[in-house]
Design a protein around this ligand. Sequence first.
Ligand code: BGC
Length: 762
Amino acid sequence: MDQFIYQKEDFSLDQKELILEETIFHNANGYLGVRANFEEGYPDTYKTIRGTYINGVYDFTPMNQAEKLHGLIEEKQTILNVADTQEILLYIEGQRFSMFEGTVLGSNRILDMKKGITIRNIIWESDKGHRIEIKITRMASFVFQHLFLINYEMRPLNFDGEIEIVSAHKGKVSNFFDPSDPRVAGETFEYLHLSDVKVEDDISIMTAETSKSGIQICSLVKNQLESTVGRFVQKETEVTQTFTVRAQKGKKISFYKYTVLGDSIRSADVQKEMKQYLKDVVSRPVFELYERQEVYLKDFWNNSALEVEGDEDLQKAVYYNQYQLLSSVSKDAYGNIAAKGLSGEGYEGHYFWDTEMYLQPFFVLNEREISKNLIRFRYRTLEFAKDNARELGHSQGALYPWRTIMGKECSGYFPSGTAAYHINGDVAYSVVAYYLATKDLEFMKECGAEILLETARLWMDAGNYYQGKFHINEVTGPDEYTCMVNNNYYTNLLAQYNLRWAAKMVRILSTAETGEQWCAKMHITEEECRSFEEAADNMMLPYDEETGINPQDDSFMQKKRWDLEKTPSEMFPLLMNCHPLNLYRYQICKQADTVMAHFILEDAQDIDTIRRSYDYYEKITTHDSSLSTCIFSIMAARLGMTQKAYDYFGESAKLDLFNTHKNTKDGIHTANMGGTYMAIVYGFGGFRLKEEGISFRPVMPKAWNGYSFKILFEDSKILVRVDKKQCEFILENGSGKEISVYDEKYFLVRNLAVSLKENNAE
Ligand code: BGC
């Protein structure tokens, strides 16, 4: 069985299944994403989320605040559903093909992760008995980022007759919303206004302007049916092209629909550039387009594939998640990674801390250019982060928005939005991770160091000394069931790290070439550096003597504990059924918070505190957020509970393919997908990236025969292979490296094998 193929046989036409598959089988390349809607459409009663999205393309939409308190945002950004070019109608001897009429004799859906395509195969019979085989192949090209290609193949099985194909390009589109679900509760209205609709050189071209953000989007469609000339019909918001052919029994007819999408954020003259772009892709033999996609993916898999031996379902899910990481991430600094990638409109296409803490680990260790662009995105939006800080009353520094597309804050409900100041520490953490993996001082000078400095300056203003300790009050940590607290452990620990690294980076850069100039430009003084270090050294990190754990914040231990065992299953996720204040009064966690802090900065505590804390929080964590189980998996592995780690890992890996959170219809959960990667590398592999270097502490789940992964550290690519007896480290290229395995230091020259150590706490 090919693990790179995800396939569904005789797919169900049940509404719930179809809407889910629209997400699962979507095509995306980091620039554009198209949901897997049926080209031929659905019956009117069907609810579908028909969508095409461009990373970073948004409009401003109103955020109505019932009480207009100062500083609450009144405008947010929403990813836009752009021109719909999916529609292809097929008429066979007058009857329109539909999955819901006539007879479907067989069907399947395929995602081929090596070829980078999706396929829908159908054998259909019309009411009059005309039988036809249809194969629809879709590709969002990784190489030609503006291109989405549909190849529609038909083969009459038992007739000669007339076939008509009507291909549409629709400019009237709107976004999806569901007022009953806070995760997709945006309002619906048409954001895009068509300013130009035309047909030129057999290409339909539409240009649309956003209502408020001043972005222009251009969509171009070129249909090709062998040498047949189609008839265009142009209407105000729609262009169709109709082709009529005489079909012969057994003979394949192949129709191509090229869509090119462009936007004025990336192109100065978008229409002109996209016309040229389309001409270029159409002039290439189509096999070249497919071949280059395959080569691109071959490199990707060679570079980074996570292999799991002994569990086929899990292996497929792991590949699926990895594939979606690549499909979701912007390859330039104008976009980022939305919580739902480019697969749906959940969370309105916003970027969160998910990027830095759940997705960057994969890119830092595998795809450096992408990793750099994710940091550059934060740098590009640094001025907005400074404005945000001023709006919140801070006299210095930058505060990154909790959720955003273009850099301004989009949180409607500030207690579990803007108050999540840890985003600053997260961004800083990812800059440091990039530096530790690369030692790329040039990039620090270009942008990383300034991010570290401005985020550190914010902490100095947000916090204050009290009884000799540095406190950070009124913030929300990762756990959104506990809001607006003093001294959230995770936040303070990251702030400490941020402050220390800001000072350290200034010191490194000031001694480097042109360092003095840089310091002068940043107005940084030795005194300011020392103030960072002092605050870091005196950071308040809650510790409870009685239980021996790190409480999530100052008041956490005073609260009642929520009894999870007595909570009926239909109550989950609690956020859908409980008033926030109700949740805030309890010890109840939506996701890993302190446990996450113990993972990312493990040296801040001794292992016993970490273990006790894990046990404590596990009993009160609902994992209502998809960002949770992967972290529990990593920490269970660290603490020697390999079976438990494996169980959590399974939940994380299968979340979207099995729709366990019941909202995959709104889009994939990209952070969790990054978390699956982390659970193997950081969890089972026990990998850590620190200032002292890289280290491993592999464990092996019973159900597997082995697993392997690769990491790029400085100039070296290291393959790590673990089986039931040993872990092997193979230097694939680059210079020899010191690595630590189970706290023993080795120098890896070519190959190294270390026996697997039992670490069983179960
Ligand atoms: C989580 C956040 C996360 C957001 C987007 C929420 O449910 O609580 O931590 O950033 O989803 O993925």
